[in-house]
Ligand binder design. Structure first.
Ligand SMILES: [Ca+2]
Length: 156
């Protein structure tokens, strides 16, 4: 009887998490520090190596890495990544696994669970300075990352 109850509770929690609602968050918040955003912009390689030729190889070497810092899978469906200008990548149905990262490339490519593509024909992230904004499906800013150039990569 006791085991059955535990199983039911576990299933209930998984189902709730699967919907991507924040219902489970207070449970986690009580036991762990919240220094990092749950989902964060971890790294931006804003200056693709070599000349900006506009080739897919060059465009895809410009990218943003988004990391799930939690121990639970998070649904990012409808979340957006955008620059100051407003060039926006919107996640379709997508779940970022616990502790995993997803890299959003500027150029064209086949989307996987760890690599996504803006499908742009020119660069998104300004080499001389820009800001990346990550917003959830409600449009609330979850994290930002700003750089002023003088490099190729920003860790946030
Ligand atoms: Ca760039």
């Amino acid at each position: 009887m006791r085991k059955t109850l535990t199983t039911m509770l576990t299933k209930g929690l998984v189902a709730t998490t699967g919907l991507g609602l924040a219902v489970a968050a207070p449970i986690a918040a009580a036991s762990s520090a919240q220094a990092l955003p749950a989902i964060m912009i971890y790294k931006v390689q804003y200056d693709s190596p070599g000349s900006d030729t506009g080739s897919d190889t060059s465009l895809n070497a410009e990218y943003v890495v988004i990391k799930n810092t939690t121990r639970s899978n998070r649904v990012l469906t409808g979340w957006t990544l955008r620059d100051k200008t407003g060039y926006t990548y919107r996640f379709p149905t997508f779940t970022l696994k616990a502790g995993a990262s997803v890299t959003v490339h500027t150029g064209r490519g086949s989307a996987t669970s760890t690599h996504r593509y803006y499908n742009k024909s020119w660069y998104v992230w300004n080499n001389t300075g820009d800001t990346a904004y990550l917003k959830n499906a409600s449009g609330t800013t979850v994290d930002t990352c700003t750089w002023k150039g003088a490099g190729t990569t920003k860790y946030c």
